[in-house]
Ligand binder design. Structure first.
Ligand SMILES: Cc1cc2nc3c(=O)[nH]c(=O)nc-3n(C[C@H](O)[C@H](O)[C@H](O)COP(=O)(O)OP(=O)(O)OC[C@H]3O[C@@H](n4cnc5c(N)ncnc54)[C@H](O)[C@@H]3O)c2cc1C
Length: 348
């Protein structure tokens, strides 16, 4: 029998960041994942932003999360040898003078000042916008597939990764906590993302309200370079004159995959904001594991012993996971408090 401190089920953004964090704190982990069945992290644009750009509101606990993220992802790059962390200003396009005024007022507000640049820029060529645009600060992008793949390879080297389904029916009580096959562990941490959120897991946690999202990949006649232009939807420059355009929101149709309706919505957006040709090269969909009150679910499993939940990050896993992983790690290892409003028990 092999002993590890924690079995982690799921190797999306949550499971990857959490396994790195627990190991940084000196704990040992073994991760089970089904990358081919991932329907969330795999399609994420990977943007992080402490401001909700549409409504110009600050994200819950944004300051703490931003500070943490700038340390964690570069450390994860050093650990994995992979490159995926990309600080990147995001461009907010203004649709009327009121939006521009609101932005400028907020640049004087101490809570927003670190995140909003106070210069109004003309928009780049081919982007249709009559009221200028401004850039965010302290924002950026994690190339999610490179990050999860880097973590997977690092775990494989440590013999701490199994590609395969974790079968909850095979978990047994053990003097150390639980056992699963030839692994004994103190406890299991479920990072099962959308599978748990949509009721496809072998156990239930109440309180999820998953949100489907779709993205188009388009080819442009010119490169958008490193621009991420936000005006309702985002248009994000990728390599080789490609861009990602997204994302949509829907609260049903989880088993349908990409839909013609959402493709039409995204194409309509492109035609409204892009003054040149484009051709669609791909159309992807995924499901955000969001909760009913828009707070993550982090803490003890409401029904299962020796089991923890690390999930519910909705559309902001890149921003939230590093900080929340630290909170959970410090609770598990030092008994530090969890965040009351994130406890899964609140929905039980
Ligand atoms: C279109 C779209 C765009 C998005 N853009 C962004 C963005 O720009 N920025 C951002 O922060 N977020 C974004 N998101 C949200 C983000 O994708 C999610 O918050 C995040 O991926 C959730 O990660 P997770 O690791 O919790 O879950 P998941 O990515 O769902 O990972 C769970 C993993 O667990 C595995 N698993 C489940 N059950 C088992 C089992 N029994 N055994 C083994 N493995 C199992 C699954 O196969 C999967 O690999 C976007 C989402 C969508 C749909």
């Amino acid at each position: 029998m092999r002993y590890v401190d924690y079995i982690i089920v799921g190797g999306g953004i949550s499971g990857s960041v959490l396994s790195y964090t627990l190991m940084k704190y000196g704990a040992s982990v073994h991760v089970f994942d089904l990358p081919a069945e991932n329907q969330s992290s795999r399609v994420a644009a990977g943007l992080w932003n402490p401001i909700v750009l549409k409504r110009l509101k600050k994200v819950w606990m944004a300051d703490e999360m931003i500070a943490n993220l700038h340390e964690v992802y570069p450390d994860m790059e050093s650990w994995t040898g992979a490159s995926f962390f990309e600080p990147l200003p995001l461009r907010r396009v203004f649709h009327n003078p009121g939006e521009q005024n609101q932005w400028m007022e907020l640049t004087d507000n101490p809570g927003f000042k670190p995140y909003l640049n106070d210069e109004i820029h003309p928009t780049p060529p081919n982007i249709i916008a009559q009221h200028g645009s401004a850039m965010t600060k302290a924002t950026g992008r994690v190339h999610v597939n490179a990050m999860t793949e880097g973590v997977r390879k690092a775990l494989v080297k440590l013999d701490a990764y199994t590609e395969g389904r974790f079968d909850w029916d095979l978990v047994q009580p053990h003097s150390e906590g639980i056992s699963y096959g030839d692994i004994a562990a103190h406890s299991i941490i479920s990072c099962e993302g959308m599978q748990l959120a949509t009721g496809q897991a072998q156990h239930n946690v109440a309180g999820f309200a998953p949100v489907k999202g779709e993205v188009l990949k388009v080819e442009l006649p010119v490169s958008l370079e490193k621009e991420c232009i936000h005006q309702g939807h985002f248009m994000l420059g990728e390599a080789d004159n490609q861009a990602s355009v997204g994302a949509t929101y829907a609260w049903d149709g989880f088993d349908k995959g990409p839909t013609p309706e959402k493709r039409a919505e995204l194409e309509e957006h492109i035609q409204k904001v892009w003054d040149s040709e484009y051709s669609v090269t791909d159309h992807l969909s995924g499901i955000r594991p969001a909760s009913k009150d828009r707070r993550p679910l982090i803490g003890p499993h409401p029904d299962k012993e020796n089991t923890w939940v690390f999930n519910g990050m909705g559309s902001r896993a890149v921003l939230m996971a590093p900080y929340l992983a630290q909170v959970l790690a410090e609770h598990l290892l030092y008994g530090a408090p969890l965040i009351e409003e994130c406890l899964p028990q609140r929905f039980a």
